[in-house]
Design a protein around this ligand. Sequence first.
Ligand SMILES: [Zn+2]
Length: 83
Amino acid sequence: MSVDASISCQEVVELLSAYLDGELDPFTLERVEAHLAGCDGCTMVLEEFRETIRLSGGLTVEQVDETQRRTLLEAFRNWRAGS
Ligand SMILES: [Zn+2]
């Protein structure tokens, strides 16, 4: 990645649930947002996450975390693979 941030895509995706819940500390939040600003892949995953939560209605980020995060991670890996 050419993103000037000391956080990897993997880390960002892992942090998205906490990010959407507003649970990140200011330092981590800044790094995640900086990464998202320069990474289309992670932005896509974030949008997918938001859409999943929206469509699920009452589900919280924590409830979708277990199943959907794996699915999103797979989709993200496939996207990164340039398929
Ligand atoms: Zn990324």
